[in-house]
Ligand binder design. Structure first.
Ligand code: TXA
Ligand code: MG
Length: 353
C-alpha cells in the first residue's frame, strides 16, 4: 500500500521528496499535487515506468502522457523544435496550468507519447511538484492520478481511494488550487489549437498569440468528429450515477429538477442535485450539494470534481446539475461537466414548447 506523506504546500518536506525522487529514478510511481489536479508520476524517459502508469490507472496505452519539467532549460531536451509562439506562451504562463504539444525529440520514448511523434509538456507552478521533478532527474510523466474514467483528484484522499494499492507513494500537499486540468495548446499545426480548455482561457491565449482555434472535436457533439487529444474522446470524470445537465432560465431549471426528483423519490430512488449557494435552498427533495456561488466561478471549478466524487458515496441513481456558463472559466467547467454527463443536456425552454 502506498506510503502517504503530508507536507505544507509552501514548505515541501525535502527528505520525503528526496526519497520520492529515488523511487521515480528506480522506475516506481509517486502521486503528487500540482496547481491543477493531483498527478501520477513516473520517469518520463523510462518506457517501463510509462507502461506502469497505464496499468495503474487502467488507461489505454494509446492515450499519451504529459511530461512535467521544473526548469525552462529542460524543454529543448525533449522537443525537436520550439516555435516562436510556443516560446511566447511559455514566457507568459510557465510555471503554470498550461500544457503545450510540440514535436518530440528522439530521447522521448513512444510509450510516453502513446506512439505519437509529438509530446505534451508542462512546467507546473506547485512547489512540491517542482521539487519532486528535480529530485527525479527532471522529466516526470504524469496523467491525473485517478482511475481512468473517474473524476480527477483534487485531494490526496481521492488518490488513495483510486490508486492506494497500485503505487509506491503519495505526497499530500492538501487541496489543489485550481481543480481542473491544464489548458492544452497544440503547436503542431500552423495555427495554435486548444485541445482542452482550462484555467487559461481561449481569450487569454488570443491576447498573446493572435489567432487561436478551438479543436473542432470539442465544439461539435457529433460523434463522427473526434477531438485531437486522444484523452478527450472518452466519457470521463464520470460519477457512478447517471448525470444530466439542465439548462435554461433559473426558475424553470429549478422547477424541472424539483419535478424530476419528486417523481424519483416517490418511486423510492435517491437523486443528487448539483446546485449553487443561490439556489440550494430552493430544491425540495434529494441530496443537494452546492458547488459554490455563481459570483465566484473559481470556486465552482475548484469544487466540481469533489462534488461529483462525493455523490458516489451517497448511493444516488441519478444526478441533475445546473449549467455553469460562467464568464471566464465557463468553457472549461462546462467541458468537464458535459463529458461527465456523456453530453446529456436537457434544455427546459425547448422541453416546454
Ligand atoms: O493539469 C494537468 O494537465 C494534469 C496534471 C497532473 O498536470 N495532468 C493531466 O494529464 O491532466 P492527463 O493524462 O489526465 O491528460 C492529458 C491529456 C489527455 O487528454 C491526452 O490525450 C492529451 O493530454 N495529450 C497528451 N499528449 C498529447 C499529444 N502528443 N497530442 C495530443 N494530445 C495529447
Ligand atoms: Mg486525466
Amino acid at each position: 500500500r502506498a506510503e502517504v506523506v503530508s507536507m505544507d504546500a509552501k514548505h515541501p518536506d525535502k527528505e520525503a521528496i528526496k526519497r520520492a525522487g529515488q523511487i521515480l529514478q528506480n522506475g516506481g510511481l509517486v502521486a503528487f499535487p500540482t496547481e491543477t489536479v493531483y498527478g501520477l508520476g513516473g520517469n518520463a524517459l523510462d518506457p517501463r515506468a510509462s507502461m506502469k502508469i497505464y496499468a495503474a490507472k487502467g488507461r489505454p496505452s494509446d492515450n499519451p502522457l504529459i511530461i512535467h519539467i521544473a526548469d525552462m532549460s529542460s524543454l529543448p531536451k525533449i522537443v525537436s523544435e520550439i516555435p516562436a509562439k510556443a516560446q511566447l506562451l511559455a514566457e507568459k504562463f510557465w510555471p503554470g496550468p498550461l500544457t503545450m504539444i510540440l514535436p518530440k525529440a528522439e530521447i522521448v520514448p513512444g510509450e510516453t507519447t502513446g506512439g505519437l511523434d509529438s509530446v505534451a509538456v508542462r512546467f507546473p507552478s506547485d512547489l512540491i511538484a517542482q521539487e519532486l521533478i528535480k529530485a527525479a532527474g527532471g522529466f516526470v510523466a504524469a496523467p491525473s492520478a485517478n482511475t481512468s474514467g473517474r473524476p480527477s483528484p483534487t485531494r490526496a484522499e481521492h488518490v488513495e481511494e483510486d490508486l492506494g494499492d497500485a503505487i509506491d507513494m503519495i505526497l499530500d500537499g492538501g487541496q489543489v488550487g485550481i481543480g481542473l486540468e491544464s489548458t492544452i495548446v497544440d503547436f503542431t499545426e500552423d495555427i495554435p489549437v486548444v485541445l482542452r480548455p482550462g484555467y487559461i482561457s481561449l481569450e487569454m491565449l488570443q491576447e498573446i498569440l493572435g489567432e487561436v482555434r478551438m479543436d473542432r472535436g470539442l465544439l461539435i457533439t457529433d460523434s463522427s468528429v473526434h477531438p485531437k487529444a486522444p484523452g478527450m474522446k472518452y466519457r470521463h470524470y464520470a460519477p457512478k450515477a447517471d448525470l444530466a445537465v439542465v439548462e435554461g432560465n433559473t426558475e424553470q431549471v429549478i422547477a424541472y429538477i424539483n419535478r424530476m426528483t419528486e417523481e424519483a423519490v416517490s418511486q423510492g430512488r435517491r437523486v443528487g442535485i448539483i446546485a449553487t449557494d443561490e439556489t440550494s435552498a430552493l430544491y425540495k427533495n434529494g441530496v443537494v450539494r452546492s458547488i459554490g456561488s455563481r459570483e465566484d466561478e473559481e470556486t465552482i471549478a475548484h469544487h466540481l470534481y469533489e462534488v461529483l466524487r462525493d455523490f458516489d458515496g451517497d448511493g444516488v441513481s441519478a444526478i441533475y446539475s445546473e449549467a455553469f456558463y460562467t464568464p471566464r472559466m465557463g468553457q472549461a467547467i462546462m467541458n468537464r461537466l458535459l463529458k461527465a454527463a456523456g453530453h446529456k443536456i436537457i434544455n427546459v425552454q425547448e422541453e416546454q414548447e
